[in-house]
Design a protein around this ligand. Structure first.
Ligand SMILES: Cc1ncc(COP(=O)(O)O)c(C=O)c1O
Length: 299
């Protein structure tokens, strides 16, 4: 089993031999977009939603000539048995501006570079789900939507990295970012939810954040479970009064949060709504992944 398999512009390569040009604008300028997917039952989950967000992000950067959804899907499917004969995988799609002159002019790079990195998937350890994680609120604020808009899932991740460096320094698992009005937005690599009086609340898109595919899926999970999940402007003040807190992302699903800085959340243990949403999410994800032939025809 290889650690990773990488498809670069249609060519499959072992991860340790996968390289791109130093003149690729993804490398030079962070000029590109990406998606992270995972498989359930060895099939990519919510593929269509990830492709839609990839194309929306690309459009915002005037990044053109991406391979078709069908072509991307066929490249992804080709990597899965190569990287892992039996288990689940994590898939990262990157589309960069491509190789060209050192210029910010998009016409310098007519052809984007398309990379698919596939690796074995690892769920968060059971202990993390059982005990929950600690977060901090970063001093660095989330990019303003009129700067590098956080709703674009771009390879330009310094805002997230700076926030996460603060978390590493304080032994926290994730960093919450505020916007310039002091509202909670999201974490460096995940969306944030709080539970109060049985209702799961998440910051609205207008607070300035990435519209997570898992975040969106959680509205459906809540509906199936009979738990209300809705948007609500939240601030640090809310940490005193919420009963539960959790983060969501494609690779981590739902992870309970038991403290933010010195503030203990609820009774300091993962809460029942968080656990119920996680169980339902897993059940729905397993059930939703139809055979590959069917998912092909849906695109
Ligand atoms: C900044 C940020 N917010 C939220 C998410 C969660 O998004 P998704 O559920 O689509 O994985 C991610 C995932 O990488 C992220 O980087």
């Amino acid at each position: 089993m290889l650690d990773s398999v990488v498809n670069i512009n249609g060519i499959l390569t072992p991860g340790n031999r996968a390289t791109v040009s130093v003149f690729d604008h993804g490398f030079l300028y962070g000029d590109g977009v990406y998606e992270t997917l995972r498989s359930y039952n060895r099939k990519p989950f919510l593929l269509k939603q990830h492709f839609t967000r990839l194309r929306t992000s690309a459009r915002r950067l005037l990044l053109q000539n991406l391979p078709s959804d069908r072509e991307l899907e066929s490249r992804i499917l080709e990597t899965i048995p190569t990287v892992h004969p039996t288990g689940e995988v994590t898939i990262r799609i990157l589309v960069t501006r491509g190789v060209g002159e050192l210029s910010y002019n998009p016409t310098a790079c007519p052809t984007p570079t398309t990379i698919i990195i596939t690796r074995p998937h690892h769920n968060p350890p059971d202990e993390v789900i059982r005990k929950g994680i600690k977060l901090i609120v970063a001093s660095v604020v989330r990019n303003h939507p009129r700067s590098v808009d956080p709703s674009i899932k771009s390879n330009n991740l310094l805002n997230n990295i700076l926030a996460m460096q603060e978390a590493f320094q304080l032994g926290a698992a994730e960093a919450i970012l505020l916007n310039q009005r002091g509202e909670l937005t999201e974490c460096s690599q995940s969306n944030l939810f709080a539970v109060r009086n049985g209702v799961a609340l998440t910051p609205p898109l207008k607070s300035g954040l990435l519209e997570g595919v898992t975040r969106n899926f959680l509205f459906e999970v809540g509906a199936q479970l009979g738990t209300q999940v809705r948007e609500c402007v939240l601030t640090e003040e809310d940490f005193h009064s919420v009963d539960e807190l959790f983060i969501t992302s494609t690779t981590r699903e739902i992870v309970p949060v038991v403290s933010v800085g010195n503030q203990v959340i609820g009774d300091g243990t993962p809460g029942p709504i968080t656990s119920a949403l996680l169980a339902k999410l897993r059940e729905m994800a397993q059930a939703a992944n139809s055979p590959i032939e069917e998912s092909n025809s849906k695109l």
